[in-house]
Design a protein around this ligand. Structure first.
Ligand SMILES: *[C@@H]1O[C@H](CO)[C@@H](O)[C@H](O)[C@H]1NC(C)=O
Length: 207
């Protein structure tokens, strides 16, 4: 295994601890927020800590997730700086493409947050803060998960901007981690809304 990895040392330097630290933080973040949000949904532990104010509790989780995101981004850029540059990526045209990807990624993330609001973006549904209607305008008409797709594009763009193949590997991890997260999150939030609709119907019948 070590022999195989050292063959690719000009692409990715697996001896750098920063690479694994970055990989760990990429995997940690969605794991963390899924565990916390589900625990909140089942026990309301965060809402109780905040004296029954679910909105405040959700803002607190949003702040935590956002901060973890900043740490993850810093660890990613640090990992990239410790990695070899590949000449194929170290070209002007690639840099322009990279800026475009980072810009598209940020547009998806920012417009999605704008459309959903803070609680809509940061797992408000798990706190019982449900959206009245599904948001269907931009960016949701170009992406089913603009936060995740946008974030992945930013990782890809940053890898190309730095000219580091290791960044492409970490971007692949980001993509896989988000795909797994969606597999967990979509059915769960779908059920939260289905439950509300069932309760509304039952309420209408009995009144
Ligand atoms: C998405 O919606 C926006 C308006 O919210 C519209 O301008 C844009 O053309 C739509 N894009 C697609 C691909 O449907």
């Amino acid at each position: 295994m070590a022999a195989i990895l050292s063959q690719y040392k000009h692409l990715v330097d697996f001896d750098q601890k920063s690479l694994f630290l970055s990989a760990a933080s990429i995997a940690f973040n969605p794991t963390f927020w899924n565990i916390v949000a589900r625990r909140e949904y089942h026990t309301r532990f965060l809402t109780r800590i905040f004296g029954g104010r679910s909105q405040t509790a959700c803002y607190f989780l949003a702040g935590t997730i956002f901060s973890l995101g900043l740490v993850r981004d810093a660890l990613y850029e640090r990992a990239l700086r410790h990695q070899p540059i590949h000449p194929a990526l170290d070209q002007e045209l690639i840099k322009y493409g990279a800026y475009g990807l980072v810009a598209c990624g940020n547009i998806l993330v920012l417009t999605s947050t704008w459309a959903l609001g803070i609680t809509g973006t940061f797992l408000g549904d798990y706190f019982g803060i449900l959206q009245e209607k599904m948001v269907t305008g931009f960016p949701f008409n170009v992406s089913s998960a603009p936060m995740y797709h946008g974030s992945t594009l930013s990782f890809l763009g940053t890898a190309l901007l730095y000219g580091r193949p290791a960044g492409l590997l970490l971007t692949l991890e980001v993509l896989l981690v988000y795909l797994v997260a969606l597999k967990f999150e979509d059915p769960f939030t779908g059920e939260i809304y289905a439950k509300r609709d069932r309760e509304r119907k039952a309420g209408k019948k009995s009144s």
